[in-house]
Ligand binder design. Structure first.
Ligand SMILES: [Fe+2]
Ligand SMILES: [Fe+2]
Length: 399
């Protein structure tokens, strides 16, 4: 192979006639092409495989392997490299067959030098354009892939930010209330458990697990003298306390996001009772959204298990009896019958959730779950049974 300072393209020239081969070779080299003359058609394919020639120029009529057979073999290598066949006028039909089988061009022997040079230049331009097109397509695909990854990352960040905003929003309530943050975290887990037992759609289950944590957000609007009063509230104070439902709903209403919409409904309805004796609307039966009816059982169970200024904490069995049989203040008629059945089924899980999340240190671990990843700390969330876990960061349901 003779190298030339110019590189107008590389050509594998195959012809069993040494005179033609040499003449073509010299002609191409003087026009700046890199050439490889091959007078043994049987070794041509191996030579082609070993060097990425731009163009193959082959005689058609050769004793051992014909130009058409070479053309087929080259095409079998899944290459787009152009093949030009050289043929005598008498073999014109063969040349036409070669074109029909995918040859790039044919040249009738004897040919004027400029005719051959033009045919080779055209073939080199073709293959270079094809390669440019392929590279452009590849660059475009890489660029689209890169942009898609950026979008996915941005989307994941946005979802994580949504989760963080919800967690921080619920902390506002935590700071203003005698309830601990554990209460807020547990409500999400109890609600998820009940929604699961009710065979609610997966999207609803994920939504209520987050949305329920904001049920008491309206307590930020209740004066300290009422909210933090040790002991029972007077009737007047209780009326003020009741307004935390409407305040919470007002804070959250009007959102375009499904979780915040559900949170607004829960804030408003989590003290309504199935028998119509609840507040603020005194709604009855199916007038009350199901999410409100789920959270009231979750809230009631947790309130009874905890110490309050006006009552000691109760054990699981006592609380279970109060909710399912009543004690004069809490009555089974307060609850949606189907959700009460679900509570019956899931009561052991409620006890497990309460025992797992009954101190503030554990709650802080739960809140900081995502930060604890990768550290040696044991994450409380990970130690909970799968069916009662809150969704992972990033699995926040989107509207
Ligand atoms: Fe409440
Ligand atoms: Fe609550």
């Amino acid at each position: 192979m003779v190298m030339n300072n110019e590189n107008n393209g590389s050509v594998l020239v195959i012809d069993d006639d040494p005179l033609t081969l040499n003449a073509v070779n010299v002609l191409l080299e003087t026009h700046g092409f890199i050439t490889f003359p091959c007078n043994d058609p049987e070794s041509a394919i191996d030579i082609f495989r070993s060097f990425p020639f731009d163009v193959v120029l082959t005689d058609v009529n050769m004793p051992s392997v014909s130009g058409l057979e070479l053309l087929e073999e080259i095409q079998g290598l899944q290459t787009e490299k152009p093949v030009i066949v050289m043929t005598a006028y008498a073999e014109l039909n063969t040349a036409v067959r070669a074109i029909n089988r995918g040859a790039f061009d044919f040249i009738l022997k004897p040919f004027p030098p400029e005719y051959l040079i033009n045919a080779i230049k055209k073939a080199v331009n073709y293959i270079r354009l094809r390669e440019m097109e392929k590279n452009y397509k590849k660059d475009l695909e890489n660029s689209v892939k890169h942009k898609t990854e950026e979008l996915v990352n941005a989307f994941a960040k946005m979802k994580n930010m949504n989760i963080e905003v919800i967690q921080r929003l619920t902390k506002v309530t935590e700071y203003r209330d005698t309830d601990t943050g554990n209460h807020i975290a547990r409500i999400g887990l109890y609600s998820r458990s009940l929604a699961n037992a009710l065979c609610m759609p997966g999207e609803f289950i994920d939504q209520i697990a987050f949305a329920s944590s904001m049920h008491d957000i309206g307590k930020v609007g209740i004066p300290d003298r009422v909210l933090l009063k040790p002991g029972r509230l007077t009737d007047k104070e209780f009326e003020i306390m009741k307004t935390h439902t409407a305040i919470g709903s007002n804070i959250l209403e009007g959102s375009s996001h499904c979780i915040i919409q559900m949170a607004s409904s829960i804030a408003l309805h989590h003290h309504e009772r199935w028998d119509g004796t609840g507040y603020p609307g005194g709604l009855k039966g199916d007038e009350i959204p199901v999410e409100g009816m789920i959270v009231i059982i979750a809230d009631q169970y947790d309130a009874l298990r905890n110490r309050r200024p006006y009552k000691p904490p109760l054990g699981h069995e006592d609380v279970f009896r109060i909710i399912t049989e009543g004690d004069g203040r809490t009555e089974p008629g307060h609850f949606h019958p189907d959700i009460l059945n679900a509570f019956n089924e899931k009561a052991p899980e409620f006890n497990e959730i309460f025992n797992s999340l009954n101190n503030i240190e554990k709650y802080n671990e739960l809140s900081l779950h995502s930060n604890a990843k990768g550290s040696d700390e044991t994450c409380l969330r990970c130690s909970l049974p799968d069916e009662i876990k809150q969704p992972e960061s990033g699995s926040l349901p989107m509207c």
